[in-house]
Design a protein around this ligand. Structure first.
Ligand code: PLP
Length: 404
């Protein structure tokens, strides 16, 4: 008789975005005439840039000829892409990362969900609250996190580090020392950031406590302020306490193409075991590589022309972010984020809960956002809007919200 992994049954049933989708579908059925503007889910909307499309066409043609055909990718990914990342991403930051410490993958969701496999069940994880849900859910599936309390919205064995306006969205060092700390910078969902000196404090803390930081830099390309680090390896000592996860989804619009990478420095050694070797083993056993054509497309992102084009797309989204932030502030809302990230995090007015505000905005303005409570208990009373819509829709949504 087969036995199931009962940890799955511990997960609260309502994955945030499916609940939002169900509510929106029900509203649309009741009000078919409603012209909804969706600023909820964090998916890009602009097409792939011409340089990426050219690289895809070229590599697709290569696949059609025996002399240039490519089968399985090398375990870590093609050297042409890993070398490019060292040269174009890490060297300009004076961050020490070697080409063979980079593992190419199909995206940051897979890597941030899978990385916990390297650690035993009894590790205590710490997350900023609110948080990208994958970090907790993937640990629950592996039997960590304890039990879920519906009343508080918390897992008994997870260390929650609230990020709220009262602490300027900067987490305090927790009372209970964790083993593994997830940091996302710039942060999803708050759109706020940790500056270099705060991140350095976290690196020092992790080294002191022999903890590991899993650093998700999926929104790195949206950083506009000089004191916000683009990589955790800009901090001294990060090579002995941090894994960094990156994505091509939001910097180059690869959400439907799929490409990401994870850096596991060789200095990460615990009880004689190298995390780099363990991740290499896992990668080799469970993953057969991102497609050749996609890795070529990823390389093209870092050509001079590719960089020019993808930066224009990021700038387009950031114009939306600034427009939403300024417009909502004008209308009297308390707003955060939107300076180094494509997310605007607003305080719900009149002490509305975040789901009440979701319903209110859907019904009165036909605008769809994401309730903060879905990202964790400290997200209650907040609401997330994304800058990934078209500029015209963003302006229209703002006009509707202002009219309320
Ligand atoms: N990490 C964070 C913080 C995200 O917000 C997202 C996507 O929204 C991801 C990772 C997933 O990235 P990818 O598309 O590379 O899987």
């Amino acid at each position: 008789m087969y036995k199931i992994n009962t940890n799955y049954q511990k997960l609260p049933g309502n994955y945030l975005f499916s609940t939002v989708a169900k509510k929106v579908a029900a509203y649309k059925e009741a009000h078919p005439e409603a012209d909804l503007i969706r600023l909820g889910i964090g998916d890009v909307t602009l097409p792939l840039v011409p340089t990426v499309i050219d690289a895809l066409h070229k590599s697709v043609d290569e696949m059609g000829h025996a002399e240039t055909f490519h089968g399985y990718s090398p375990d870590l990914g093609y050297a042409f892409l890993r070398d490019t990342l060292v040269e174009k991403v890490y060297k300009p930051l004076h961050a020490e990362v070697a080409s063979d410490e980079i593992f190419i993958s199909d995206g940051a969701k897979s890597d941030s969900g899978n990385i916990q496999e390297l650690f035993s069940e009894d590790n205590i994880i710490a997350v900023t609250d609110p948080v990208y849900p994958v970090y907790i859910d993937s640990n629950v599936m592996a039997g960590r996190c304890g039990t879920y309390d519906n009343a508080t919205g918390k897992w008994s064995d997870v260390v929650y580090m609230p990020c709220v306006r009262e602490n300027n969205f900067v987490p305090d060092f927790p009372k209970r020392t964790p083993d593994i700390i997830y940091l996302c910078n710039p942060n999803n969902p708050t759109g706020t950031t940790l500056n270099k000196s705060v991140l350095q404090d976290w690196v020092d803390y992790a080294n002191r406590e022999h903890a590991l930081i899993i650093y998700d830099a999926a929104y790195e390309s949206y950083i506009t302020e000089d004191d916000v680090p683009h990589s955790i390896y800009e901090c001294e000592g990060a090579r002995t306490c941090a894994i960094e996860i990156r994505s091509f989804s939001k910097n180059a619009g690869f959400t439907g193409v799929r490409l990401g990478f994870t850096v596991v420095p060789k200095d990460l050694v615990q009880n004689g075991a190298s995390l780099h070797d363990m991740w290499a083993r896992r990668h080799g056993t469970k993953f057969n590589g991102a497609p050749y054509i996609v890795q070529r497309a990823g390389e093209a992102v870092y050509s001079d022309q590719g960089q020019k084009e993808v930066k224009e797309e990021v700038a387009y989204y950031m114009r939306n972010a600034h427009t939403i932030k300024a417009g909502l502030a004008d209308a009297g809302f308390e707003v955060y984020g939107g300076i180094n990230a494509p997310y605007i995090w607003l305080k719900t007015p009149e002490k509305m809960t975040s789901w009440e505000f979701f319903d209110y905005l859907l019904d009165k303005a036909h605008v769809v956002g994401t309730p903060g409570a879905g990202f964790g208990p400290s997200g209650e009373g907040y609401f997330r809007l994304t800058a990934f819509g078209s500029y015209e829709n963003t302006l229209a949504a703002l006009e509707r919200i202002k009219k309320l």
